[in-house]
Design a protein around this ligand. Structure first.
Ligand SMILES: [Zn+2]
Ligand SMILES: [Zn+2]
Length: 451
């Protein structure tokens, strides 16, 4: 659109509509640079007054009509002053803007509503969104179709941007379109605010030093969590879990609402988690505080768990780290230590056979019986990298296995009635069971995570 066309178009809008600077400027948002729509609207009204006063000298009637529109439809003060100077006083009061219903002049009020609702939340980034009364959108659409305007910007985009500017400037924080700490959704024109507070993610590693603790809270099978005789009204299968041992301190420090625990796989309830610990991310829902001292948190957690669980390496993470930590569980390398019992006494040379099996060893593992109720029945290929054996008695030995994550170690030992091939039982030629299983290492490349 040429500037001449723009001015003509603005003149036509003002003839018919009462329109504020913002709403007039927004119809030509694609023109100019580094301007707010208010700047544009005001500039157009200024140009129209200059045109009007020029016309007024040659053709008072025609000039006056335009200048009147600027006052009565355009709320333009200099045009009013011109009319008063000319002794024209029968000026109709200007109405509220036909498009935005006056919302655009109340942006600071909208910003204050958002700031008010954010006052209890510690945030460093924000995104403002708006839900706009449909009549406002319709008003604008009608004007555009009627005057065939195609150089405008949606009012929603402008409201989000302009309120966002006011709020982030006053709070001294950044706008973040990708992953803001909070999205503030403002109802237009009511200015009520709904907050969508995003989770805080904290990465770490845990050791589990006591058997019989599941990784996450496990609702009672009988009552589904409501509380019954079986669970002694706790609603849980187990009194405590790694999650429940770690979470309280973090919830208190962040004043969050709840947590979600994301582990890099999980060990059996009766297995220990040793070595450098298992990577996890704890997701804190609706945290009021985001900057907490993680070193202090580690100390407090480790004191509160009374040696059952220990955390280390806490650091702030994000949603993508969760994906990697969870997804990497099956591909990363793991080391287990198992106590194996066999049915018939084993000879030294049989153990040696096991020791000298060619590595890496590929294992075909059909979903074990004991997890069939929650996992698809299919065959998975897993690799064994190393096997180390230390005899304990004639019928038992300690087996250290380094393998691909996702291998069911107990079934690799027993063979699971032929569902895992080969197995320790098969290689030894005698039934074998895993009596105790601990996890020594869960490898994860921390440097490679998308921090
Ligand atoms: Zn307006
Ligand atoms: Zn129960």
């Amino acid at each position: 659109m040429t500037l001449g066309k723009t001015i003509t178009s603005a003149k036509r809008i003002l003839r018919k509509y009462t329109i504020c600077d913002w709403c007039l400027g927004r119809q030509f948002a694609m023109q100019g640079y580094g301007l707010t729509n208010k700047d544009r609207g005001l500039a157009l009204k200024t140009l129209l007054l200059m045109t009007g006063t020029e016309t007024y000298h040659d053709n008072p009637k025609q000039g006056l009509t335009l200048i009147r529109h600027l006052v009565e439809h355009g709320q333009y003060q200099p045009a009013r002053e011109f009319l008063l100077k000319e002794g024209i006083t029968d000026i109709k009061p200007s109405q509220v803007c036909d498009i935005c219903q006056g919302v655009m002049d109340r942006l600071p009020e909208a910003a204050q509503a958002a700031i008010q609702s954010l006052q209890d939340w510690e945030i460093s980034s924000l995104l403002i969104g708006t839900r706009i009364d449909p009549t406002i959108i319709e008003n604008e659409e009608q004007l555009r179709s009627e005057l065939q305007i195609d150089s405008g910007e949606p009012i929603k985009a402008e409201l989000n941007r302009e309120i966002g500017k006011l709020v982030t400037e006053e709070k001294g924080i950044d706008v973040d379109f990708e992953s803001p700490d909070v999205v503030a959704l403002i109802q237009i024109p009511k200015f009520s605010v709904d907050l969508e507070v995003h989770s805080l993610f904290i990465y770490g590693r845990y050791q589990k030093l006591k058997r019989g603790i599941p990784q996450t809270r496990w609702p009672c099978r009988e009552c589904g969590g409501k509380g019954c005789q079986r669970c002694k009204n706790t609603g849980k299968m187990y009194a405590e879990s790694v999650e429940e041992l770690i979470a309280p301190v973090l919830l208190e420090l962040t004043q969050g609402k709840d947590v979600k625990f994301h582990g890099a796989g999980r060990e059996d309830i009766d297995a220990l988690m040793l070595g450098s610990g298992r990577p996890f991310v704890i997701e804190i829902l609706s945290p009021h505080t985001r900057t907490i001292d993680l070193q202090k948190a580690i100390k407090r957690i480790n004191k509160s768990t009374k040696g059952k669980v220990k955390v280390s390496n806490l650091r702030f993470a994000n949603k993508d780290v969760v994906k990697h930590v969870k997804g990497g569980a099956t591909t990363s390398k793991k080391v287990y230590k198992a106590l194996v019992y066999v049915e018939s006494p084993i000879r030294q040379d049989t153990l040696q056979t096991l020791q000298s099996v060619s590595l890496p060893l590929e294992v075909n593992q059909r979903t074990p019986h004991r997890v069939l109720h929650r996992r698809a029945n299919r065959t998975r290929k897993k690799r064994i990298h190393t096997l180390e054996i230390v005899p304990v008695s004639s019928k038992s030995f300690e087996l250290t296995i380094s393998c691909q994550g996702g291998l069911y170690v107990k079934e690799f030992i027993s063979g699971d009635e032929g569902r895992t091939v080969p197995s320790i039982a098969e290689l030894l030629g005698t039934p074998a069971v895993c009596k105790q299983l601990d996890v020594v290492t869960v490898e994860i490349e921390e440097d490679q995570l998308p921090w």
